[in-house]
Design a protein around this ligand. Sequence first.
Ligand code: NAI
Ligand code: MG
Length: 331
Amino acid sequence: MYNITLIPGDGVGPEVTEALLHIIEIMDIELDYTIAYAGDACYKETGTTIPDETLSKSKKADATLFGSVTTVPGHKSAIITLRKELDLYANLRPVKTYPGVNCLFDELDFVIVRENTEGLYSGIEEYTKEGATALRVVTRSASERICRFAFKHAEKTERNKVTAVHKANVLKKTDGVFRESFYKIADEFPNLDTDEKYVDAAAMFLITRPQDFEVIVTTNLFGDILSDEGAGLVGGLGMVPSANIGDNNALFEPVHGSAPDIAGLGISNPSAMVLSAVMMMDYLGESYEARKLENALLDVLREGNVLTPDLGGSSKTMEMAQEIKHKLRIN
Ligand code: NAI
Ligand code: MG
């Protein structure tokens, strides 16, 4: 039995959460859910986007599943607060093609490991006479721990190479520290190959030769941008899941936001949420169940009969969920 904190959130978040729960209720994995609130609707009700109660529920849980929230400019970001408070320092974003999904390339399967706690997102900004400045914080401890996570992940998933992405030729000190940390940790993993790319070149190679990547490890902002580029390679935001992992806690969420343009229409693609649950099951050590769920989705995508509009179909969220559940049942 696993204790899961469930944060449906706003917009399409509750829709894809409902779809997921509908699918996995027939699986052989016992998940005990505790619902928690965050986001804009929560703000309107309680005056905060992320109540302490939600943070403590997530800290206590074996894992948190997060739908998506609407972030109003000027309000505290619920997801960034969760990442910080739970010290979820590794953001894992797989870039994987699925059959039947219109992708720019076939058979991509790499992962971006993004440092999640510092860099340009340290949140240290100030106004100056001329405009404003932001502080780009890069520590050796955070760099070493994210690089170690990336190498360990490569080992665990039987990949051969880890590529550091940085801009150490210009950001000589901050990315100098990141690059040195990368090679220091690489020495602990003599069986894995290393590579490095400047971020601008990496952005190009992601479009021209994405199949050359296996594991990318990079700082916060670069990872944020490159992982959305990665999403574009494999069918868009409706398809890509993510994991936020720390030493004691983990949170799983689709990369997409609350999609206000389609919220309430019942046509959001549940795949990113389903694949986030697949990542959660892998994290919990339930790899057998994870593969079963992933394969059920794969069958539905491959057949292409019951797909949401973003995938070129005309089905509703719950119809696609029903079809995935059907595949689970008959497999
Ligand atoms: P978004 O990811 O919500 O939407 C971008 C585009 O992708 C839209 O056209 C949307 O319809 C489409 N899309 C997203 N999810 C989809 C799905 N499951 N199925 C089909 N199509 C899907 O990003 P946007 O519009 O920039 O932000 C909307 C709100 O979400 C904002 O308030 C933003 O702050 C918030 N946001 C929250 C995130 C989170 O909860 N982790 C992440 C990104 C944005
Ligand atoms: Mg992003």
